[in-house]
Design a protein around this ligand. Structure first.
Ligand code: HEC
Length: 101
């Protein structure tokens, strides 16, 4: 019984910790440089003239869930990343992108 309660508590804490777990910036930076920097620029300055300049905050007024959807499905000349990157990886990238200045 005691073990069951302890296990239940640990499980509850894990579930609570899940969604608020901090995004992984280092992973986000690595993936950004691999998949996104060619168009959006290593510092978010925008290399492809149509690509938003993230360092200027362009498009970043939108919530992560909207941006995640755009990256998944692609937009204009941006290719879809569904099947290439997992949602958690895209969210790590978005967290990194929001730090670019
Ligand atoms: C081939 C060039 C290219 C690559 C590679 C690329 N993008 Fe884009 N991205 C674009 C363009 C162009 C737009 C603007 C589309 C438009 O006008 O709506 C854009 C728009 C966006 C937006 C804004 C979407 C919105 O709804 O406003 C986000 C966020 C974004 N890209 C993130 C990424 C991430 C993250 C990656 C890497 C996983 C990436 N992009 C790779 C070209 C690219």
């Amino acid at each position: 019984m005691k073990n069951w309660i302890l296990g239940w508590l640990a499980g509850g804490v894990l579930i609570l910790a899940g969604p608020v777990e901090a995004a992984n910036f280092v992973n986000g930076q690595r993936l950004y440089n691999m998949y996104c920097a060619a168009c959006h620029g290593p510092r978010g300055e925008g290399v492809n003239p149509e690509a938003p300049k993230f360092r200027m905050g362009e498009r970043l007024e939108q919530p992560d869930m909207i941006l995640l959807q755009s990256v998944r499905t692609g937009k204009k000349t941006m290719p879809p990343f569904f099947g290439i990157l997992q949602d958690t990886q895209i969210l790590d990238i978005l967290a990194y992108v929001r730090t670019l200045r």
